[in-house]
Design a protein. Structure first.
Length: 499
């Protein structure tokens, strides 16, 4: 097999490679007609020199047939009856023609069996390293500067190691989040094992794809391991935070269910024993792991499994099925149901749940102790106020008793005075009765005298009228005396005074 250009001039492998470096091959096949045009340009000469120094004198090129079996002279369209050209990226390897597949297999065997690995300053180069070096050379040529090979290789090594280190870090973080984020919180052992597996996976991935000598690779691999370890530590911390939140939520729910917060806020605990009983009940409800009172084999085995397993590591299948089916113990069934509910509600590191539960119980105990102390202080203050009130009432009662004694003495004095007044009044009434009787007697006598006086007055009045008649007769007939003339008619009347 030999290579020729468009003018049927023979081409060596070196000329063909130099022509490729001189020309940006377009998708148009007719662009190959200008291969020889730029072979003598200054850039090509410098690139040729750099490639010659890089690869040495052993260079070779291999021509392969068309992968899809299309053969046509350069610049001419494909013969009629053949399918139109397709992009190789969109074609599966199985669709390549058998001739191309056989030649490709022969080339692969030749490369891996006969070709010696290229090296730059003792550093082995892979195909990816060669591609990156060529890209750097092209960038340097386009920028007007040809970088030195040693500096170029070191820069490429560091760039590739940093790039693949970042790629592995991002992929590790993404896969770790996608794998465990939705299941948090989980046991620390499970998360640690999963993270270590991903660390080994992406460390191997970095080792496969990174370019560089052993020292550079070792340096960046150490940095990658350290970064993955820090990411794992952050994931463990986040898992612990989720477990703490879950534990606090369950502890708060159980505390509200038992009414501990309400009792503490309302200062209903009068001693620490009642508070300790409620806290022990809270711990029992949070982590039900007590033994059955019948102590049958099933319950004992179940409790031993629970005591050894992690928080969500309990598997009911670990207890033999015949014992589960034959156990008549009602406590075992209730215990197993409580454990299933407990394992469904609480997940995550066991030590986190124990620590958070202990902290929550300590907080409740501290608050409860303060509440009990406040309640006792309030009770003491109430007792002091009650004692002071009782003392005040006692003093008031004593004062009232003294006042009552005084009032009783005054009342006795008043009674004595009243008795004296009553006696005096009776004496006065007796005297008044005697006076009234005397007055009545005198009144009778006066009435009798008055009656006599009235009779006298009536007689005198009759005499007076007789005299008046006599005087009228004397005026009319002359003076004459009657048998009544000797009575002094002009004497004053007698006045009677009734006593």
């Amino acid at each position: 097999m030999s290579m020729v250009d468009e003018q049927q001039n023979p081409l060596t492998a070196g000329d063909y490679l130099e022509a490729l470096l001189a020309l940006s091959v377009s998708r148009d096949v007719r662009g190959f007609s200008q291969l020889a045009a730029g072979l003598e340009s200054p850039q090509i000469r410098m690139a040729r020199q750099e490639v010659s120094e890089l690869f040495g004198g052993d260079r070779d090129c291999v021509a392969l047939p068309s992968p899809l079996g299309f053969y046509a002279p350069a610049g001419q369209s494909s013969p009629s009856g053949q399918a139109s050209a397709r992009a190789l990226e969109a074609v599966s390897v199985s669709e390549f023609v058998p001739l191309y597949q056989r030649r490709l297999a022969q080339l692969r065997c030749r490369v891996f069996r006969d070709c010696k690995g290229r090296a730059l300053d003792g550093t082995a180069l892979t195909g990816l390293a060669l591609t990156r070096i060529l890209e750097k050379l092209v960038e340097g040529i386009n920028g007007g500067e040809i970088p030195e090979s040693v500096r170029l290789l070191g820069s490429i090594q560091h760039d590739e190691c940093r790039r693949w280190k970042q790629v592995c870090e991002e992929a590790f973080t993404k896969e770790l989040r996608d794998t465990f984020q939705a299941k948090l919180p989980i046991p620390s052992k499970e998360l640690q094992e999963g993270a270590e597996s991903l660390q080994r996976k992406y460390s191997h991935h970095f080792k496969i794809h990174a370019i560089g000598d052993d020292e550079v690779l070792r340096h960046y691999k150490t940095q990658l391991k350290e970064k993955l370890r820090r990411i794992t530590d952050r994931a463990l911390e986040e898992n612990e935070r989720h477990a703490e939140w879950k534990c606090r939520q369950k502890a708060k729910m159980l505390s509200d269910k038992l009414g501990i917060d309400q009792k503490i806020s309302g200062k209903l605990y009068m001693d620490l024993q009642a508070l300790n009983d409620d806290l022990a009940l809270l711990r029992q409800e949070y982590a039900p792991n007590s033994y059955c009172r019948h102590a049958c084999f099933c319950c004992t085995l179940l409790c031993q499994l629970v005591s050894r397993c992690d928080v969500d590591g309990f598997a009911p299948a670990a207890v033999p099925a015949p014992f589960l089916a034959a156990c008549p113990c009602a406590d075992f069934v209730a215990q197993r149901a409580r454990l299933r509910r407990y394992n469904a509600d609480i997940r995550g590191p066991r030590y986190v749940h124990q620590r958070v539960l202990n902290e929550y119980i300590d907080q409740l105990l501290s608050r409860g102790a303060n509440a009990v102390a406040d309640a006792l202080q309030d009770l003491a203050r109430d007792s002091e106020r009650t004692a002071a009130l009782l003392h005040q009432k006692t003093m008031d009662a004593e004062r009232k008793g003294d006042k009552a004694v005084k009032l009783e003495q005054e009342l006795q004095n008043k009674d004595y005075e009243t008795e004296q007044l009553r006696r005096e009044l009776e004496d006065e009434r007796e005297q008044q009765t005697l006076q009234e009787e005397r007055y009545k007697q005198e009144t009778k006598e006066l009435r009798r005298e008055l009656a006599e006086q009235r009779e006298t007055n009536q007689r005198l009045s009759a005499l007076y009228h007789s005299r008046v008649l006599d005087e009228e007769d004397a005026y009319r007939y002359g003076p004459r005396r009657s048998k009544h003339s000797a009575v002094e008619l002009l004497s004053p009347p007698v006045t009677l005074r009734l006593m």
